[in-house]
Structure formats: C-alpha cells, structure tokens
Design a protein around this ligand. Sequence first.
Ligand code: MRU
Length: 347
Amino acid sequence: MTSPVLCPVRFEDGALRLLDQTRLPAEERWLSCRSAEEVADAIRRLAVRGAPAIGVAAAYGLALAMSSAAGDETPLERFERAAALLAATRPTAVNLGWAIDRAREAAVAHAADEPAAVASALIEVADAIVAEQRESDLRVAELGAELLEPGDRVLTHCNTGALATGGAGTAGGVIAAAWEAGRLAQVWVDETRPLLQGSRLTAWELTRAGIPFRIVTDASVGALMARGLVDRVVVGADRIAGNGDVANKIGTYTVAVLAARHGVPFYVAAPVSTIDRDAPSGDAIVIEERDADEVTHIGERPIAPAGAPAANFAFDVTPAELVAAIVTEAGVLRPPYRDSIARALTG
Ligand code: MRU
C-alpha cells in the first residue's frame, strides 16, 4: 500500500522478526529467527513470502549466520554455507539470489574482520535493500496508477502488497495508489489456490486499507471477463526474463490468456531487481514444485482421498506477448521488451 500498513520483516534486538503469513488472517503472530536455519525454514514454509520480502529475509539471515557458533570456519566459509542453504529454499524468486549476491560483496569486503563486524556490514546491506525496495515500490505505485482510469475494476492474483515487499507493494501498491487517486472502483481478488494468498493475505491488506474488493475463485476469471466486469489486470512477478516473459504465482498465465481473449490490458508491476539478467527467456526460469499436500489439504484438513497423487507447481510463465506493460521504478516498459528491459537495466 502506498504508505506501508505494516512491515512484515523487521530486524530487532539481534533477531529477525517475521509476521507469520501462514497464520493470517486468523492470527497476527510474530516469529523470532536467530539463525540462518530458522530464516530458511520460515522462507520454505512461506511464513515470509513474496519475492522482494524473501530477498530481504535472506539478507538478514546471512547476518544472523555470522553470530552462530561455527567451529573453525572462517566468516566467508560460514557465509557461503548459509548462502547455499538460503538460496535453495525457493528457486523461482530471483530477488533471493540477487540479495544474497549483494550481501556476498559486503562479506568479501569484510572477509578479514571479526564475525561481529561482518554481521554489522550484512545488516547494513539488508537495511539498504529494505530502503531501496520502499523507494522503488512508491515509484512503481505512482507510475502504475497512471495506467488506470477512474471507475476501473482491477483483477489481481496472489499477494503483492506490504506483506510481499515490506514497502507499499508492487501490484498491491499500484492498486492502493490508484484508489487514492480516484482511479479504481473495485478489486477482484483471485483466491489463489492452493495456499490462498489472495483470499487470506490480499483480502486482509485491502480490508485494512479500506479498498473495496470481492474475492473470486481462480476459475471465475473467464466468466468475469466474458461479462465485461474486469477493466485491467495488475499482477506482480517472481522473475522476469530478458525478453519480457514473466514468472509469477501459478494461475497468472491463465489470467493473461483470458485477458488477451477479452481485450483486457494485462500489467505486471515489479522492481528492476526482479529482472533476471541471466535468463534470456522464460524457458530458463526454474519453476518451484512444492509438496503435494498443499493441493490435497487445506491446512491440516484433507480435501482429496488419502494418498491421492497431486502436482503442485508454485509458479507459471506468462509469455511476453500477453503483457501490455511492465511497471518498474525505472519506468513503464513496453514491447519490444528486449529493448526496453535492456534500457531499464543499464539506465
Ligand atoms: O509463493 P509466493 O506467495 O511467495 O508467491 C508470490 C507471488 O507470486 C507474487 O506475485 C510475487 O512474489 C510478487 S510480490 C511483490
């Protein structure tokens, strides 16, 4: 949201405090992580989630690794062990590897220092990433809101607000800024199976922000568009390839295809840090596969026969040709994306 309603990732008194997103909306419970292992576990089970927030949590996790006992390891060896652990938690969110690489530069620069000094340098890196994310979220929100028109009914998928970035959010920030600017009538919130980031988290944020919304099942998108009830789609991204292909929460591709079918503009909002310089196209993006239990159960409750096999791809790739614009802090990127993305990365 444009003025952050909350910061779900905080470093306080030597611990990383995380608002446990697995418990929302029923309970606002904060976790305290004191080691890289605890942070890795929180990222893996989605207690902290959303590509930018995962990167921030990992950066603080690396600082925590410096203060845990490690035998005769050097600070750099200790750093690399924690970096490997954290990097493996969620393969699709590019901000994770990006934040780890930034932290590595500081760790290398302070390699000869005591672990406590390395930890301080890493906390500084993490704090800087948070500050930059907040800045870029505000710019994305401002630029994205300008793409909307008064009375727009906007559909979004997954959760992309403060919970996902620690700032105003990406698509969530665009939605909030558009609401404040009088350019939004209502939000359609895809529930976002299987973990319900839409109905649990986006609905929670929109309620707190006083923005009108209705939750719909993911399967409703086609019917909504066919009835002319959706004016724009705005979503976030976990990784954007150099040609503009976009990896985001599973179901985003379906929304994009339907949007194209019905002539509804499909926008992606993301910081430049979500662009993967090493992925020429979506084919190079690794898609996280998660436990089948997330599909066959809601929480602890089974919704399928015991032992029923299931596939749980956490993300999909929307081809660039379906994306009308990518809103970044470096500007609104338009096709051809190879050119506009290259300019955003160098500018
Ligand atoms: O599995 P999640 O909840 O981490 O997935 C999050 C998303 O897909 C978001 O759309 C994406 O990270 C962008 S958030 C600013």
